[in-house]
Design a protein around this ligand. Structure first.
Ligand code: HCA
Ligand code: CU
Length: 437
């Protein structure tokens, strides 16, 4: 098999001001949500659907495990590559990156599997040196440098990244000692906050210091959420010149996870930093979150900014005001991020997952996956009936009730307080000018 690494797609690609490197299927699979409850895991089909949704969203870099972590991962990589290849004509080339240790076994397996690039990493912090691999800085260099040198010589088109794992607990001069002899071989340098210790001022200072020292080499950042700062740290890093950002859908990942992709893009809009949004299909933000939530058998978390939660109003006073004019209690243009009926049901990512979620979580229908697939097929056949008199949601609910005899699984008592969940696209007049995209 010809290694994808030998093709020159990347050398011809012009990276955008912000390149998301999605790691939902690498870091994301390390979430305790998947491992605590062993019954939950991503099937091959789940992975294909997630990758497809990411590519349609506009993501160009997708990180996966190295194929030698397990037989299943190795097989899934081939299925994911096929999904990627199917979308090349429509969306251009998407780069698949393998997360690999500085270990010939990982590297060989990734090249054989046809990856476009390698995300190499090795712990550089005093803690990693003492308790993880037990190697000194000089020994780290002695391992990484010849490996990178060989890779660069033998596979000039392979996209190479090196990360000092636990970079934020690595003193800056130590990080420079490691990166100085490696920088000439790599396309990016990574700065992962592996244990979630970074704060925005430190992030700004470090990103600037690395940009100054390695002005020709783009930076990649990766923030864990142990302190709840992964989003603000990523925002700070981007605004200080980090071009590549690791994110996952819903921010899933080891422990409390990493930065959520849609949360970051949403905040860039709120900060009016529109240049960073090039190529991202923002209207698919809520649908892509729903796709992931449905696969995890959970809700889009209430702390995710791009969620229906942020368009749900419970206090009577808020409800009255919002129905009069949404701007009263909704400051952000969530409909531009697809928190609307139209986008979730009829947008480019609509599929059985969003229909399943819409029926189950928003309308409380008792519906299994297979039925959701059948309802979706009927809904898609019937959308020509949408003539302005009936909304997409009404059509879907009618099909669910009348053709599939589905019923809501909970009956709310008459006396239960009503909530207002807004999924319309229109009533955000005040901010329209500011946020017109
Ligand atoms: C891991 C650690 C990692 C790696 C990030 C990177 C981290 O799970 O192996 O390769 O840049 O947070 O340091 O996710
Ligand atoms: Cu991580």
């Amino acid at each position: 098999m010809t290694a994808a690494a030998d093709r020159d797609y990347f050398r011809r690609y012009h990276p955008r001001p912000l390149e998301i490197i999605d790691t939902s299927l690498r870091e994301g699979q390390q979430t305790s949500l998947l491992h605590d409850h062993y019954k939950y895991y991503f099937t091959t089909q789940d992975k294909e659907e997630i990758v497809r949704a990411l590519i349609l969203y506009g993501v160009k870099f997708i990180e996966l495990f190295a194929p030698n972590v397990s037989k299943r991962e190795a097989e899934d990589i081939q299925a994911i590559r096929a999904t990627r290849d199917d979308l090349i004509v429509q969306k251009g080339y998407t780069f698949l990156l393998a997360h690999v240790r500085c270990h010939p076994k990982d590297v060989e397996a990734a090249i054989q599997a046809g990856f476009d690039g390698l995300n190499l990493y090795m712990g550089t912090s005093p803690q990693a040196q003492a308790f993880n691999h037990g190697k000194t800085i000089d020994e780290i260099i002695q391992i990484a440098r010849p490996l990178l040198e060989d890779l660069r010589r033998n596979h000039p088109n392979l996209i190479l990244r090196f990360s000092g794992e636990d970079a934020f607990r690595t003193p800056l001069d130590m990080l420079f000692r490691v990166y100085d002899p490696l920088v000439e071989y790599v396309d990016r340098l990574g700065m992962p906050d592996t244990v979630g210790v970074a704060t925005p001022p430190v992030v700004a200072q470090r990103v600037q210091a690395l940009r100054e020292r390695y002005p020709k080499t783009p930076l990649e950042i990766h923030f864990h959420d142990d302190r709840g700062l992964s989003l603000v740290n990523a925002l700070e890093a981007v605004l200080n010149g980090a071009q590549y950002v690791n994110t996952t859908l819903l921010g899933i990942g080891e422990r409390s996870g990493i930065t959520s992709m849609t949360a970051l893009l949403f905040n860039l809009v709120a900060e009016q930093q529109y240049d960073y949004l090039e190529g991202y299909n923002l209207r698919s933000s809520y649908p892509i979150n729903v796709t992931m939530a449905d696969k995890l058998k959970t809700l889009v978390p209430s702390k995710e900014p791009v969620s229906l939660t942020n368009r749900t109003h419970t206090a009577g006073v808020h409800q009255g005001a919002v129905l009069h004019d949404a701007a009263a209690y909704e400051a952000h243009p969530l409909d531009l991020f697809g928190v609307s009926e139209q986008d979730i049901l009829l947008g480019p990512l609509s599929g059985w997952n969003v229909v399943h979620y819409f029926l189950r979580e928003i309308n409380y229908f008792d519906v299994d996956e297979e039925t959701a697939r059948q309802v979706t097929a009927r809904f898609k056949e019937s959308t020509s009936e949408l003539n302005g008199k009936i909304s997409a949601a009404e059509l879907l609910l009618r099909i669910a009730r009348e053709e599939f005899h589905l019923q809501p699984r909970v009956q709310t008592p008459e006396s239960a307080p009503k909530i207002v969940q807004r999924m319309d696209r229109t009533s955000r007049r005040i901010h329209r000018r500011r946020y017109e995209l």
